[in-house]
Structure formats: C-alpha cells, structure tokens
Design a protein around this ligand. Structure first.
Ligand SMILES: [Mn+2]
Length: 360
C-alpha cells in the first residue's frame, strides 16, 4: 500500500508540497491539471512541469485524479471519437512521465454534490454534509451559486462556471436515457482505451458516483456492488479497475464495503482507494466525520483489514476531512484542509502497521 495525498496543483491549492512532504509516511501526491477542459489532450510540457515540481519536493506522482470524461463520450454523442482519441493521447503522455494509475468517473454532468460545504459541528470544526431534502428543493443553478459563494477562493471541480453554462442542455440530453444505453456508451469508451492502458501499463480506476443515488433526475450507475461488477465486465482486464471510495459507496446505508474490498481487491481490480468516514444522521443524510472509526458510521478498521487480507498493493489516500484548528477557505478547498486529512492518513497508516506486524 502506498499512502498518497490529493493536491490540486500549484496556484490551485493553498497547501504546498513541502507541507505534504512533512506528513509522516506520505509517498506522493495525487493530482491533475484542473484547467484543461474535458475532451482536450493534455499538453506534454504541462505534464512534464507538474511532474518535475512534485519530484523536486521529494514526492512521487503516479496517480492522476482525474482525467475527466467528456459528456459526448458518456452520452454517445457525435464527436465522441475525437474526444476518445484525445484521451488516449493524454494517457500516452502521462505514461511517458511515469504515471501508473488514472482515476476518472462516469458521473453524468455533475461531479459530487453536497448540500453544505461548511456544516458546523459541536466541537467547533466544520465539514461537508449531505441533506437529501435540501438538495431536492434546489435547482442546479441555485446549488452552483451556493458553492461559488461558499468556496469563494477556488472553483469547485465538477462545478466550474463553464460546465454550469451548458447544464440545462446536458440535463435535457440525459433525460429519458436508458440504463442500457449508458452502459453501451461506457463499453464503447472502455473497448477503445483499455487496450492502450494495457500496452502503457496504466491502471484505469473508475470512481463510484457520489452520492450513490440519482440527483436532479440524472442517472447514477456506478453506485453498488452489482453495478460495479457490470461495469468491470464490460471490458474484462486487470487494467479496467476501480477507485474504491468508502465515502461514496458507504453513503448508501447498509453497503458492505469490506465485502466489496474482498471481492474486487481479491481479483486485483482495486488500483486506488479513497478511505474516509461519514456519520449518518438518518437514512439518507450524513456528514463527513473524522476518519477514526468511533467518529463515524463506517468501520474503517474492518475496511483496512479487508485491504490487508487481499494483499492490496495499490495507492490509498485519506479522503475528505473536516476543517479544524481554525482552517479557513484560504487554507484549503472544502473537504481538503491539511490537518484532518494528515491525521486521517496517519490513522490509516497506524492500522496498516498493526495489521502488518500482527500477521508476521
Ligand atoms: Mn472519493
């Protein structure tokens, strides 16, 4: 297992590589080139500069999160072939610069969604929250405006103004789209890219949809064990794998995450893991808690034990954390402050050390 930390890039993240390097056990960062629109090929010089900056800080960069999928690909719209070609060019350039794993998602139009970015907890920290009824009463524009206001300093990935301009067009395009059509479009993409991933030895790792239920009438497919199985079987290959995100999958009450880790991890299909905790407030609503098992509703020890039992050798990162110790928006994007994620990483590393040493 390699412990990593999400970093949004220079000028995009108030947290510096030097700070990340100082977290015990951190081997590298997981990053992206956020300003490049989905569907375009990433310029090689930009990739080279990003990799050089990370290496200069004494860290590795072997995972990209994310190379986003253009809506034309997900919709099976005319123009998808050109976007898939650009995707392959990007994969090729990333492989040349040492990238070994690409995280991406198949969420229609919108990336993740929360009702609150800074929900106050009784201990004075704040965190992201999902309240289903709150979201149900908002339009996408209202939610985007709320995000823009709350996260003043940075654009929220997945909610960029550019994307929001076309939102109604896309909401309309997905309306009435059959599940099978969506799977067929995904298969078309996988059939095109996975042979290249095999040749380049880049592990493709699809991230589940977050939250794991339809919002704004958009279909959500990658949300359960059965659907993940179906997705991976669209193009069976070790290079067609999964980013197992405990917080996304675990936001559906009753989801058996350790069982999913054993099943997909046992097949060598989990290449990257996002490990975080959340606390359910009722059947659908939750807030993102500290990673430590007693703080939330997920059994993080059982999850890490499942990873250990299947001999997991992929990348892991702590996921969203709370904002603590008076961190403000100037110190981190929502969910991506420094301190709680550093604590989370070291909790996971501590569990891992104990599992390793108890098993020898
Ligand atoms: Mn995640």
């Amino acid at each position: 297992m390699k412990m990593t930390f999400r970093w949004f890039g220079e000028n995009q993240d108030p947290i510096g590589l030097r700070e990340i390097k100082q977290i015990p056990g951190m081997t590298g960062v997981v990053t992206s080139l956020l300003d490049i629109p989905a569907g375009e090929a990433w310029p090689e010089e930009r990739i080279a500069a990003m990799v050089a900056a990370v290496h200069a800080a004494g860290l590795e960069v072997e995972v990209i999160e994310s190379v986003n999928i253009h809506e034309d690909i997900k919709l099976g719209a005319p123009g998808r072939d050109e976007k898939i070609e650009n995707y392959i060019v990007t994969m090729d350039r990333l492989a040349r610069h040492g990238i070994k794993c690409i995280c991406y998602n198949m969420m229609p139009v919108l990336d993740w969604a929360r009702s609150h970015l800074y929900y106050d907890l009784p201990d004075g920290s704040n965190t992201m929250r999902y309240e289903a009824a709150f979201i149900a009463n908002l339009s996408t524009e209202e939610l985007a405006a709320r995000y823009a206001e709350e996260s003043d300093t940075y654009e929220m990935p997945g909610w960029e103004p550019e994307r929001m301009k076309k939102i109604n067009h896309y909401l309309q395009a997905y309306r009435g789209m059959k599940e099978e059509t969506f799977y067929a479009n995904m298969k078309y993409f996988l059939d095109a890219i996975i042979p290249h991933a095999e040749k380049l030895d880049i592990k493709m790792a699809v991230h589940p949809d977050d939250p794991p239920q339809p919002i704004f009438g958009l279909p959500k497919l990658i949300i359960s064990r059965d659907n993940i199985r179906k997705y991976l079987d669209l193009h069976p290959s070790r290079h067609n794998g999964l980013t197992l995100c405990t917080g996304s999958l675990g936001a559906k009450k009753g989801a058996d995450i350790p069982a999913m880790v054993r099943e997909f991890g046992g097949e060598g299909k989990i290449h990257f893991a996002h490990v975080r905790n959340l606390r359910f407030e009722n059947e659908t609503d939750f807030y993102e808690s500290a990673h430590y098992t007693p703080c939330g509703s997920l059994d993080i020890f059982a999850i890490m034990k499942a990873f250990h039992d299947v001999g997991f050798v992929g990348y892991v990162r702590p996921d969203h954390g709370r904002m603590i110790w008076d961190e403000t928006t100037k110190k981190g994007r929502p969910g991506y402050g420094l301190y709680d994620r550093a604590i989370g990483a070291n909790y996971l590393l501590g569990l891992w050390e104990a599992l390793e040493r108890c098993s020898t």
